[in-house]
Design a protein around this ligand. Structure first.
Ligand code: B12
Ligand code: SF4
Ligand code: SF4
Length: 274
């Protein structure tokens, strides 16, 4: 995967300058039978699949072994720098990184799945499978395979006030995961709790994402998913899509930019100047 991210022509901002969309990925692993996955049914909802359920759905038979592979794709410094200068409308480069990034992530997933299947290993990417479901209600947004919770289980980070997962590469990252009929050595979870990397949730300091969000969707209580979702919907006007040369949607993500958790786990507060 590291080689593909480094060398693939698909990992490029095609309509900008051909530079990479993502930096080298960081990977984590978990035992699919880890009791945490069953606990997610209480934490997220009964609808959230365990890795074993996902692989069984995909193959039609219960697997002998279940391993989970989760990864983070960090957005490059060049793209993050352009976003830091913006206040309410994402930079052109950031918007393209989402669009091209989505295509590359699908390509990467397909390559890894092929690699495993060619070697006789049953594998599924639940997020890209026909049984993936988004759950949309008037007050909530969720899904039956939450990449952030999977990454948390694989030792890749903890939740922040903004709702983003704060990883060793920060929050300006995108996630992916695969469940396979493999016995994998689980990665350590180097944190005391599911909120350990966020200074606000630990001791009330920071809170930079509250100011940074142009939609006022983040408060001391956390993320208002509906406000966030509505703001994002408003970004993709036909005129802006035309101006940006995009056919997909423009994502937001100001809460992952110019904040102490942008590209690392915060050690202390960063410069607060505007
Ligand atoms: C639905 C969705 C949304 C919804 C809701 C987000 C949400 N917080 O759930 C909306 C539309 C608001 C949204 C917005 C965005 N999204 Co979005 N979205 C998703 C999607 C499709 C599903 C998320 C999901 O299933 N959530 C499940 C719920 C239950 O999670 P939750 O409410 O955060 O969970 C809380 C509790 O569980 C709690 N908790 C309580 N007790 C315990 C105990 C334990 C042990 C644990 C572990 C947790 C826990 O912790 C959490 C935080 O409070 C995922 C893709 C995927 N399949 O995962 C992308 C995803 C989460 N989005 C992503 C991104 C990038 C964005 C945006 C920047 C927009 C964009 N794409 O440009 C914004 C950022 C908003 C934000 N500040 O988080 C990334 C995450 C990046 C990151 N660093 O975290 C994902 C993973 C896509 C990807 N493949 O990379 N998104
Ligand atoms: S900006 Fe600060 S308060 Fe917000 S999620 Fe990041 S570390 Fe936590
Ligand atoms: S994605 Fe945008 S609207 Fe949503 S919480 Fe982050 S900054 Fe606010």
């Amino acid at each position: 995967m590291k080689r593909m991210v480094r060398e693939s022509e698909q990992n490029r901002l095609h309509l900008i300058d051909g530079s990479p969309i993502y930096d080298e990925p960081l990977l984590g692993f978990a035992d699919g039978d880890d009791p945490l996955f069953a606990q997610y049914k209480a934490i997220i909802g009964e609808f959230h699949m365990t890795p074993k359920e996902a692989l069984t759905k995909a193959t039609g038979k219960p697997p002998e072994k279940v391993g989970v592979i989760s990864w983070i794709l960090p957005i490059t410094t060049g793209t993050r720098q352009t976003m830091r200068r913006e206040k309410s409308i994402p930079s052109l480069r950031w918007a393209h990184a989402r669009d091209d990034g989505q295509n590359f992530r699908e390509f990467l997933l397909a390559q890894v799945l092929n690699f495993l299947r060619e070697r006789g290993v049953d594998a599924v990417a639940p997020y890209a499978s026909p049984f993936f479901q988004r759950l949309v209600s008037p007050t909530d947004r969720s899904s039956n395979w939450s990449e952030r919770h999977i990454a948390y289980a694989c030792g890749l980070g903890t939740f922040g006030l903004s709702g983003s997962l704060i990883t060793p590469k920060g929050t300006a990252v995108r996630f992916g995961s695969i469940v396979a009929n493999l016995e994998l050595e689980p990665s350590p979870r180097p944190y005391a709790s599911h909120i350990a990397n966020c200074p606000f949730l630990v001791n009330g300091s920071c809170g930079r994402c509250i100011e940074r969000c142009p939609a006022d969707a983040i408060t001391a209580e956390g993320l208002d998913k509906i406000k966030c979702s509505e703001y994002q919907r408003g970004l993709s006007t036909p005129d802006r899509l035309k101006e940006y040369g995009l056919t997909g949607r423009i994502g937001c993500g100001f809460c992952q930019s110019r904040v102490p958790c942008e590209s690392a786990i915060p050690k202390g507060m960063l410069d607060r100047s505007p």
